[in-house]
Ligand binder design. Structure first.
Ligand code: ADP
Ligand code: ASP
Ligand code: MG
Length: 417
């Protein structure tokens, strides 16, 4: 029998009615002849609540205990879905990450999957067509025997890893939108669904803020060539015509996409902070004296802008860090003030990064230039810019994010894509 992975996110399993709807989707695929592994998230809001409890219990909590707490959300849904499936006559059994097991490294709260054992699932498919209902987001660190979690949105990664392990024909990601859009449809109502998107583009979109798929899941899909199909869980299973292709987005190899637009999508992230170091001495070794200590503190620096010195003696240097690291980054720079030699620092967490992505940019010049013009016409000030082969990003004031996204969406013809 061909195998299929079906993953359902938080809103898709938000209550028992939705879990019943999920069960009927699973039954539909079982009846169609698939051996199915289902990966579930925690019911929507549950993980947020669990995270908040950990923070309230102690701001500086141990990540191992955080994982013990937040992994529970998925355990509940896996059990409930297995019960519901049994109730409608589908043979099913739930699995926790540690039971399969899904082995990870020991970076608690953002662990990476090292190995998945799919043998037991395959055995049960073959013996009794038993559906496996697997708790997403969690794994096991073998040496310590402790539960780990994969970072927010990690059930996507669980799903793709299972799909690779059991050699599934496809990994269907069921969510609250019917595919990957040119940008977040909540921000730009004119966003259009993409029929297909290349792994590389999806990787950029996800890392630059489109939370529809976790970044790591796309890396895994790319490395193991898993066909990932993003689709809606809100359609009723009864309304699906098995003879027609369902609406959704296929994330696949670039070579499968015939016609490539220059720009595929726009992503944004408000989790950014900007730090400017004013009147730094303009001499060799300064950049090293700033970014060395930040790297030692494991702070990821993203955009960097250094002005050309006006007086030949001092200059301004601006860079961005994740907003969660803002205070730590400022403290690190202040501690190193003697070595760096600067006048003062200022910064802000009220900034956002808006990024334009498309593999077509490789062969088109001037794509970024037109954005700068369009943004200036909207009186949107650009604080920093970065570019790479298939994307460019601008840093702007957070309050203008939606306006910038919509402006660029229109500029690149995505409103009518
Ligand atoms: P789930 O709980 O199913 O994992 P998520 O909330 O993690 O769902 O991801 C789905 C959400 O991602 C959508 O509701 C949408 O608001 C957001 N999103 C951001 N960018 C995009 C995009 N380009 N295409 C589709 N959805 C997007
Ligand atoms: N429940 C986890 C989260 O909310 C994992 C997931 O939904 O993918 O981040
Ligand atoms: Mg998600």
């Amino acid at each position: 029998m061909p195998r299929l992975v079906m993953k359902f996110g938080g809103t898709s399993v938000a209550d028992l009615d939705r879990i019943r709807n999920v069960a009927r989707h699973v039954k539909r695929e079982v009846d169609a002849g698939y051996d199915v592994a289902v990966i579930v998230s925690a019911m929507s809001g549950v993980t947020n609540q669990l995270v908040a409890w950990c923070k309230d219990a102690s701001a500086l909590h141990d990540a191992r205990e955080y994982d013990a707490v937040v992994a529970t959300g998925e355990q509940v849904t896996a059990g409930l879905l297995a019960i519901t499936l049994e109730g409608i006559g589908v043979n099913a059994r739930s699995w926790q990450g540690w039971q399969l097991p899904i082995l990870t490294d020991n970076v608690h709260a953002s662990a990476r999957i090292a190995e998945v054992n799919g043998a037991e699932l395959i055995k049960r498919f073959e013996e009794s067509r038993q559906v496996a209902v697997i708790a997403g987001f969690q794994g096991l660190h073998k040496d310590t025997g402790r539960i780990t979690t994969l970072g927010r949105g990690g059930s996507d990664t669980s799903a793709v890893a299972i799909a690779a392990a059991i050699k599934a024909e496809r990994c269907d990601i069921y969510t609250d939108v019917d595919g990957v859009y040119t940008t977040d449809p909540r921000v730009a109502p004119k966003a259009k669904r993409l029929e297909k998107v290349a792994f590389e583009e999806m990787l950029e979109m996800a890392s630059l803020g489109a939370k529809v798929m976790q970044v790591r899941s796309i890396e895994l899909g790319m490395n193991h060539n898993v066909r990932i199909f993003v689709r809606s869980s809100f359609v009723k299973p009864e309304d699906i015509d098995p003879k027609l292709p369902p609406p959704g987005t296929l994330i696949c190899d670039e070579s499968e996409i015939m016609e490539q637009q220059t720009v595929t999508g726009i992503a944004f992230s408000k989790d950014e902070a900007q730090i400017s170091i004013r009147r730094v001495q303009d001499k060799p070794g300064v950049a090293a004296s700033i970014f060395g200590p930040l790297a030692d503190a494991s702070i990821n620096v993203d955009m960097i802008v250094q002005n050309v010195s006006a007086d030949g003696a001092t200059t301004d240097l601006t860079f961005t860090v994740p907003s969660s690291d803002y205070e730590r980054a400022r403290m690190t720079i202040e501690k190193a003030k003697d070595k760096i030699a600067y006048d003062h620092i200022d910064g802000s967490t009220d900034v956002a990064k808006v990024s334009v992505i498309g593999v077509g940019m490789r062969s088109h010049a001037g794509v970024a230039a037109s954005a700068f013009k369009a943004l200036s016409q909207e009186k949107i000030n650009i604080l920093a810019i970065t570019t790479s082969e298939i994307k460019f990003s601008v840093l702007i004031n957070a309050s203008q994010t939606d306006q910038a996204v919509r402006t660029l969406h229109t500029l690149y013809g995505l409103d009518k894509a």
